[in-house]
Design a protein around this ligand. Sequence first.
Ligand code: FAD
Length: 377
Amino acid sequence: MNVPAHVDLAVVGAGPAGRALAHRAVAAGLAVAVIDPAPDTPWRATYGMFVDDLPGWITRDALTRPSSGVVVYTPDRRVVGRPYVTLRTDILQRSLTLDGAAVIVDRASRLTATGVDTESGTRVSARCVVDARGGRGADPGAARQTASGVFLTASTDRRDVGDETVLMDWRHASADSPSFSYRVPTPHGYLVEETCLAGRPPIDVDELGRRTGARLPSGVSTGRLDHEFVDFPLDSAPRPWSRGTRAALAFGAAGGLMHPATGYSVAPSLAAVDTVVAAVVAGRDPRRALWPCRARWVHRLRSAGLEVLLALDGPSITAFFDAFFRLPGDDQRAFLSERGNLAGVVRTMVRLYATVPGELRSVMRRRTIASLVHRAP
Ligand SMILES: Cc1cc2nc3c(=O)[nH]c(=O)nc-3n(C[C@H](O)[C@H](O)[C@H](O)COP(=O)(O)OP(=O)(O)OC[C@H]3O[C@@H](n4cnc5c(N)ncnc54)[C@H](O)[C@@H]3O)c2cc1C
């Protein structure tokens, strides 16, 4: 392999975030190196998202048919009129071609703002180094999201389950260790996935598998179905903007682009790619471009939201989301999706505070203040 000694952009990690960044950087004319021990390992996870979170340049072939909205049960049924989609990850991965980039099949051992060393001794220097290694470096005590799901394919398996896109079904949530059912059409069948939104520690995946089985029609055995297991840290990059200027720019799940209170990172990472590329092309600081002051505050407030969720039992978390999904759609979208909309996130949190049952208010107040004070700057 011909390894260039110097490039404009070195991207460490070729998951959805790193691969998309490298792909768009090559398209913008930058000299790019990608370092990953297994850059072409097929992406197997189900990636779901609201359609309006995706950037326009994503190939439409990579999307399954969007639902017209999502259903939530809190415990009453409510429809949120925001199209939602799961990705055809094989098509997405192929479309993010790395042609034109130097692909180094190796594990990075040391990263700085301007250089990468690999385990086998290769060194690449770059104007900008990006760390897109996912959430692997998270603190062992980080809050995690866990889930266990099965893909239903035969109509016999799907009877009584329906085929709607259910973002959250909190009915039957356990009082002391609440989880919800996430149900979405995917390219591999209808996914029924019991999810622990956030836990420190989270609910064990085996227990969630048992709960998934309990949601299925009687007679459907999970043993012969394809499974999906989920376990990842939610706050693996607490303050990504505050790393020193000698550190690589963290991006994707490694770089605070995961919403700490929901676990979504794929669409926000894809949407942020062009911000980094434009900054590197223009010779500006990509960290400042990615983290203007309002985005930092939104991240802090979302992290406070995570701390609130971690304190809620089954009845409280159901009441919390019941109040949340009664808010106007713009308020919901501001908190869930708009990482630069500080005024919108504050407005949503204030309105939510005013709407939740009285006993939840003191939890929200205490947890939010503690998170903001404890986690400064
Ligand atoms: C089963 C599952 C389902 C999920 N579903 C959703 C969903 O529906 N929607 C959503 O938004 N998010 C979802 N997530 C969460 C999150 O978005 C994903 O984890 C996503 O893959 C993160 O993308 P990333 O590119 O930032 O990191 P990763 O996908 O983790 O990619 C990291 C890359 O870095 C490479 N790497 C690691 N160490 C090194 C090293 N030392 N040197 C070089 N390369 C290295 C790895 O090989 C990998 O290719 C899900 C997660 C899981 C596990």
